[in-house]
Design a protein around this ligand. Structure first.
Ligand SMILES: C[S@@+](CC[C@H](N)C(=O)[O-])C[C@H]1O[C@@H](n2cnc3c(N)ncnc32)[C@H](O)[C@@H]1O
Length: 300
């Protein structure tokens, strides 16, 4: 639910001023107004055309995959990583947050909010904001956890969030906007990124014409985050024993869904198949930000 505490971290996408709730919208002091959808998420688009995001068929496939706990080792690994870093207290270090309120977790490209909800479960004092462009995903993210709110915004663009408002930024299989992730992360906060390993879903890629995972990904990840210093890393692999339908869901929820005919693939899959899942989890702390020129107007 989008509580007033969570709204306190949001900023007007047009003028960067704070937002407040006004009936079924969010407004800033300059009267820019943004819908609160009846499905529970805030629509903070700027009027520019938005990227497509996941379709409702992809979101349904992802939801079935998560409900079947096929990716369960991943939220567990995220939990362990955060436990290692935070030592049981979130967040343990002095933070230079500019908004008051409970610790904040921001999930960029959150999808259905599956990982955000798992993190919030482990950190009972924290609130969370799920950002995505897919309305089908946001409908689910808005209900993913009682302490989570959902926001429609293009995470490639300026994020409608206050400077330094987030104690933890999550980025799981989703687009990465380094400069904006750094701007919204509190000094002393943590960025956690999850990317697939080169052998993720290897057996499906060998059997079917799916998109390959970029092998230079690790180099590209560091290169895409010059505003951050790497703090930790772990790789997690597990094997999934899948029915044909579950294998199709794994394909249908990912980038290959845009390029393949699932009915055709269904004919080429056996009844059951063992498939490798592999993910790299990395944590990052923000490098010091350059000082802001005095004449830049209202800080975001
Ligand atoms: C592969 S899914 C991952 C979803 C979620 N993190 C998970 O792992 O379950 C990528 C998500 O990024 C969203 N997305 C893609 N481009 C985006 C953009 N420019 N701004 C915000 N979200 C975006 C998609 O709609 C999709 O929900």
């Amino acid at each position: 639910m989008l509580t007033d505490d969570l709204i306190g971290a949001l900023r007007c996408p047009l003028c960067a001023a704070p937002l407040h709730r006004a009936a079924s919208s969010l407004r800033c002091p300059s009267a820019h107004s943004f819908d609160l959808s009846r499905h529970g998420y805030a629509h903070l688009g700027t009027g520019r055309k938005l990227p497509e995001g996941d379709t409702s068929a992809m979101v349904d496939a992802r939801t079935r995959t998560h409900s079947a706990a096929l990716f369960h080792p991943l939220p567990q690994a995220v939990d362990h990583e955060l436990m290692d870093v935070f030592g049981g207290v979130f967040p343990p270090w002095h933070r230079d947050r500019q908004n008051e309120g409970p610790p904040l977790v921001v999930d960029l490209g959150a999808g259905t909010g599956y990982y955000l909800a798992e993190v919030l479960e482990s950190w009972p004092q924290a609130g969370g904001l799920a950002f995505d462009v897919s309305k089908a995903a946001l409908r689910r993210a808005a209900k993913a956890h009682p302490r989570a709110g959902a926001v429609l915004a293009d995470t490639w663009g300026p994020l409608p969030l206050a400077d330094g408002c987030a104690d933890l930024v999550l980025n799981v299989f989703a687009p990465r906007n380094g400069p904006e992730m750094r701007r919204v992360l509190a000094d002393g906060g943590l960025l956690l990124v999850v990317t697939p390993t080169a052998d993720h879903l290897r057996e499906l890629r060998e059997a079917l014409p799916l998109l390959a995972v970029d092998e230079a990904k690790e180099r590209r990840l560091a290169a895409s985050l010059p505003q951050f210093e790497q703090f930790g890393a772990r790789t997690v692999r597990w094997t999934m024993d899948l029915s044909r339908e579950q294998a199709l869901d794994l394909i249908g929820m990912g980038p290959s869904a845009h390029h393949v005919d699932l009915t055709d693939l269904a004919r080429r899959l056996p009844d059951r198949i063992e498939v490798t899942a592999g993910v790299d989890l990395s944590t990052w702390t923000g490098r010091p930000l350059p000082s802001r020129p005095a004449d830049r107007g209202t800080p975001r």
